[in-house]
Design a protein around this ligand. Sequence first.
Ligand SMILES: [Zn+2]
Length: 294
Amino acid sequence: MPTHLPDGKRCAVCVSFDTDCWSIMLRMRAVGLVSKGTYGPINFARGEFGARVGIPRIMEVMDKHDVRGTWFTPGVIADTYPELIKQLSDKGHEIAHHGYFHECPASMTKTQEKASFVKGIKAIEKVTGKKPQGYRVPFEIPNASELSQNSVKIMMDLGFKYISQHMGPYDFRVSKVRDGDKYYYNRPPKFGKEVDLLNIPVNELIEDDLAYFLGVNSFYPKLDNPSKVFEIWKMDFDYMYEHEPGGFYTLVLHPESTGRAHRIMLLDQIIEYMKQKPDVWFCTMLDLANTWRD
Ligand SMILES: [Zn+2]
């Protein structure tokens, strides 16, 4: 198995965050995906809550359990809240790349994409003193979280170790990224070559936005019962623990969503539950990537 967990560990868990806050809403307006209505202090405050209240609450829960996570942070959020992001980094959390202003690669030209990567790296480096080595694609309708034809090469040129996306065939396994696939509508696909970039998969079914936000009417957030969300997250973890030894489980959370009171309590409960199982390794995604051996 190409990932080699520390001795005695049965599986790995990474609690990951997309530190979007208000960047996603402003980016969608910038590219015309939300064109009507005024974006003022009330809309801004929905995202600002994530930084000012959500992150400190999450830090408290993570401190309580002595768990460090990975925070995919747009550069503009690091530029706006440098002390907060530095505090996370100083506590041992990993600060990873999530665009400069939450830009989706598939929506940009090659020059724009490279500039976004470089600007995001500089913003994080300035605040934490460390170059980000992981990347998660910002979600942006209509391209969703899709790469451009240039993304993999740009990431490799810039020294990234991994991308955290649902690329590759696995849910609980790390794999190498395959670059240059060609897909057709009338014949089998032509597969590209594996490259020196890892894919650490995510699973949208265990993402807080799916549980709380993505309702039929997106203006009014969907509210799901925390006990139902707990059951789904727990059963996915239980399956991985029993059937995928050596595997890896991640949560994908957002401080503006999970920072709300009952969801913070849910985060506390699910970490508590996972910690009670023997031999679970809580790690950052970079820790996990560093266990890879060809
Ligand atoms: Zn995001």
